[in-house]
Design a protein. Structure first.
Length: 177
């Protein structure tokens, strides 16, 4: 029995030493991983205007939206507002559409004399263009050409040009009456 007790004692001591040795050689490693997803963001920068009569203003300009207001344009003139937006996201943005969401405030007497033109430029490249009489514009009227997608690079700038032209007012003399 002495040999059996001695064997158990030796095995116990060996297991104990193995545990101590393992504890000395084991380290804990904490790894922290930060993963970020890409962000698409088109930010409003500023606007410029060319005023022939009346006034033009921009309000509610944030992200990829802006409200352009033209007031008191006299017949035979026109005004232009150029909005500038910048890709402040982390990836390029595919641009395939520009929407005119709402046009209002003009008199029915002049609906045949007012023309709204909306164009978009990246540098010298015109990527979208829409030219119609104002009374034909409807909510969500789009310049979409889905087969012609332009990719705006990170920090790229797009200029959206809104131009209103007011043809000369028609009188009885203009119609030959």
């Amino acid at each position: 029995m002495n040999k059996a007790k001695l064997g158990v004692l030796i095995i116990t001591i060996l297991l104990l030493l193995t545990g101590v040795a393992y504890a000395r050689w084991t380290e804990q490693v904490n790894i922290q991983i930060l993963a970020k997803t890409a962000e698409t963001k088109l930010s409003y920068l500023d606007y410029s205007s060319r005023i022939n009569s009346g006034s033009a203003s921009v309000s509610n300009a944030e992200n990829a939206h802006a409200t352009v207001t033209f007031k008191e344009i006299t017949p035979g003139t026109g005004n232009t507002v150029t909005l500038r937006f910048k890709n402040t996201g982390t990836i390029p943005i595919d641009i395939d559409d520009i929407n005119v969401l709402y046009v209002s405030g003009y008199s029915d007497d002049f609906k045949n004399d007012l023309r709204l033109t909306v164009s978009a430029y990246v540098g010298e490249i015109r990527i979208a263009h829409k030219d119609k009489k104002i009374f034909q514009w409807k909510a969500n009227n789009s310049t979409s050409k889905r087969d012609e997608i332009y990719q705006l690079p990170v920090n790229g700038i797009i200029e959206v040009v809104c131009e209103v032209e007011f043809d000369e007012i028609k009188t009885k003399d203009n119609y030959g009456q």
